[in-house]
Design a protein around this ligand. Structure first.
Ligand code: HEC
Length: 152
């Protein structure tokens, strides 16, 4: 029974969580995996981060909702686009310091979403600045899923 011994050997919780997520959103997972196959190795981490945030939230990532979230001012001064532009395959510019920011879309900048700790740190800071609170796991999954659809 090779399958059985494999699954009891590998971390069970992780597999079960991934299975639940895959069942709920098989279409998205397949689409993202197909996209990742043609992208540089780092972009795979963006895909993994979508999967991880989606598993946390228990919701299917929605790229169009991510775009809406990214380009809206949430009752405050800035949107995410104020610094990252509304089509983040190009360089952004910090809305107050004017400093250049490299593109957010993994297809234009393979270094994006390669480090989960860095991603979390900036989500926390930027969501607080723009939305006035931390972003939910579902909002983070939506945003990265949308960024993954963008081609330079
Ligand atoms: C005031 C300017 C500014 C705004 C507004 C802003 N960001 Fe950023 N963001 C930055 C800077 C600066 C960095 C760090 C430099 C870099 O990674 O290029 C960054 C980095 C990030 C990263 C790290 C990406 C990675 O490689 O892991 C994420 C995620 C992010 N921003 C998401 C958002 C989201 C979502 C919003 C809207 C809620 C937003 N940002 C709004 C300036 C901004």
């Amino acid at each position: 029974m090779p399958l059985f011994s494999f699954s009891s050997f590998v971390s069970h919780g992780y597999l079960l969580r991934m299975k639940g997520f895959a069942l709920r959103s098989a279409g998205v997972v397949l689409a993202l995996a197909a996209g990742a196959a043609t992208l540089p190795a780092h972009a795979l981490n963006a895909t993994e981060q979508v999967a991880s945030y989606a598993a946390q939230s228990g919701q299917t990532p929605q790229p169009t909702r991510g775009q809406e979230f990214f380009t809206s001012k949430h009752g405050h001064e800035w949107s995410c686009s104020s610094c990252h532009t509304a089509k983040p395959t190009v360089d952004g510019k910090h809305a107050s310091t004017g400093k250049a920011i490299r593109p957010m879309a993994p297809a234009a900048n393979p270094e994006r979403f390669a480090d989960a700790a860095k991603t979390e740190k900036w989500f926390r800071r930027n969501c607080n600045d723009v939305v006035g609170r931390e972003c939910s796991a579902s909002e983070k999954a939506d945003v990265i899923a949308w960024l993954l659809t963008l081609k330079p």
